[in-house]
Design a protein around this ligand. Structure first.
Ligand SMILES: NC(=O)c1ccc[n+]([C@@H]2O[C@H](COP(=O)([O-])OP(=O)(O)OC[C@H]3O[C@@H](n4cnc5c(N)ncnc54)[C@H](OP(=O)(O)O)[C@@H]3O)[C@@H](O)[C@H]2O)c1
Length: 252
């Protein structure tokens, strides 16, 4: 069940914004966080117009102190964060012939360290209250090394492992951890992960509906679309020359 204060990072566009609008009619207070203040204010205004409650915090998830401050301010203004949706993230194309360790570090910083910074900010009060829900927006890219998106795949694999580890420990304290692993979602933006083809791309509305359902039932893992989940699982047992050929064709 979605709870009183739900914090969504990366709420200024794409999945985070669509999720905020989807949740606007629910009886919850939304705290929306991202770096771009104008786009964030626009999401909050759309939530309010839909009858919802939203406050905004401009912060960079890679900045641990800024995240701690933002969460402290949210808790003072709206109450304890009971559901934390770590959605801020993304990738950028980085082919092997342009490999750059700084770019790699940036992608890890936003997707993986950003998730960790959020956990560090919300967890103490969840533990104190003996309840809460942490939701990580990972990616099916975590399940294989996507060509030209090695950093993104690595970062999302890290998110999956961190969520899995925390889930086991925190279950004893009645804090749920849900990992969402979407395939390609039509956010109407350009692909930043470097994949030219986006097989089985899912409409934004359908993806956010699935995310909402997974949060409501406190799912352990929700991965979609099923066809891509099955395809990836099947590919992983194929001999590597066949695997390489299919992945090249799939990802372009
Ligand atoms: N779209 C897909 O096909 C797809 C598939 C699987 C998983 N995902 C995951 O879903 C999540 C959302 O992706 P999206 O497609 O909706 O991308 P998007 O439209 O680019 O949105 C990304 C959001 O993250 C925020 N963000 C980025 N860096 C940030 C930072 N350092 N600090 C705070 N906020 C930051 C951006 O806001 P500001 O720029 O305003 O900070 C924006 O609101 C990501 O974690 C992505 O990896 C996406």
């Amino acid at each position: 069940m979605l709870q009183a204060v739900t914090l969504i990072t990366g709420a200024s566009s794409g999945i985070g914004r669509a999720l905020a609008l989807r949740l606007a009619s629910r009886d919850i207070r939304l705290a929306l966080l991202a770096r771009r203040s104008d786009a964030l204010a626009d999401t909050a205004e759309a939530v309010r117009q839909a009858g919802g409650f939203a406050i905004t915090k401009v912060a960079d998830v890679t900045d641990r102190q800024a995240m701690a401050t933002a969460v402290a301010e949210i808790e003072a203004e709206a109450g304890p964060v009971e559901c934390f949706i770590a959605n801020a993230g993304g990738g950028q194309r980085m082919a092997a012939d342009e490999f750059d360790a700084d770019v790699f570090g940036d992608i890890i910083a936003v997707n993986l360290q950003g998730f960790a910074n959020g956990i560090a900010a919300v967890l103490p009060s969840m533990r104190e209250r003996g309840k809460g829900h942490i939701v990580a927006i990972g990616s099916l890219a975590a399940r294989l090394g996507l060509p030209r998106a090695g950093a993104y795949s690595a970062a999302k694999a890290g998110v999956a492992r961190l969520a899995g580890s925390m889930r086991i420990e925190l279950a004893r304290e009645h804090i749920a951890v849900t990992l969402i692993e979407p395939g390609f979602v039509d956010t109407r933006g350009r692909s930043k992960t470097g994949t030219r083809r986006k097989p089985f791309r899912m409409p934004l509305d359908e993806a956010t509906a699935r995310i909402e359902r997974a949060i409501d039932r406190r799912a352990t893992v929700a991965a979609f679309p099923a066809i891509l989940v099955i395809l990836i699982a099947a590919l992983r047992i194929l001999p590597s020359p066949v695997y390489n050929r299919v992945i090249r064709r799939m990802a372009g």
